[in-house]
Write a protein of this length. Sequence first.
Length: 369
Amino acid sequence: MEAKVKPLSNMEKPVIKTISDWSVCRQKPLVISGPCSAETEEQVMETAKQLSAGGKCDVFRAGVWKPRTKPGGFEGIGCSSLRWLKRVRKECQLPVAVEVAREKHVYEALKHGIDILWIGARTTTNPFSIQEIADTLKGVDVTVLVKNPVNPDVDLWMGAIERINKAGVNRIGAVHRGFFCCENEPYRNTPKWQIPMELRRRMPQLPMICDPSHMSGKPGYLQEIAQKAMDLGFEGLMIESHIQPENAWSDSGQQIKPAELVSLLESLASEPENEKVDFSSRLLNELREQIDIFDDQIMDMLERRFRVAEKIGAEKRKKDIPFLQSARRSEIIGKAVKKGEGRGLDRDFVKQLFSLIHSESLNRQMKTK
Ligand code: PEP
Ligand code: MN
């Protein structure tokens, strides 16, 4: 028997509004800023006042419940600090945003009139938590931002957005904050731009906001990441700011002062309005950037390898051992070929590559004193 295809009702296929339909969006890009965490009433009010005076911030953010990797760190002031955000809303005329991870957080935030709820990277990884938040949000008129999960899984990110959207939330946005990365990467969380680009390809109307702070981990990369996001057509930026970044109780290394936020935003070149977004060329550029990162890493590794080889060279000279040890050369090349085969690398290519590397090491050893 042929299965009947049931048409989706409006409830099952809810709309996602574009960012221009969000009342908090006054300019492009939408700017969300404020401290990583609400620490004291004075810190919250002073940061908000300075951000408001700068005229570039559309939404004030502050974490009230902080998910920390290890116990013992500052986990946020909790419910009592929501009152400070209420003051910001009233006295600075700024809509306010907080992170929620549980049903209780959602109730408390809504009770205090919070305008935007954001779901943090660690929470997005867990569909049970997301469903709990979605169930709590049924029938509630609020804006929700979903940060990418810590792992680069576009389905998990999209699944979380769909769960929230299915609960009837139609002002929903994605926040790209980068992905967990290994050592030796310049960023705290690596951008992997192809992941948000894939999300955009699948959900073209979904507003996309970039969080350069958690990606960068330090102020140094904020500008270039924010510019990249603008070039890729992101509609918003979430950047952490603090009146005294060096004394912040969480993420002190990456926050900037409200005045620095203004200069950063002023330095960004906006994308020409008439330039159509070409996803395939963006993807190509992104993939080329990944290649550039790997090439840099190869160069770093070569430099480190040659430095060790030179130390060995100095020892050989001291002990009067010949520089070329044929058995060792065969061992190095043989090991590399075997390992390469396990990784699908061509035998001859690996043989030539490691012969060349080894010969260069010998050249350097011979130049040692
Ligand atoms: C934050 O925005 O302060 C935060 C905890 O972010 P993330 O979930 O991206 O780590
Ligand atoms: Mn933070």
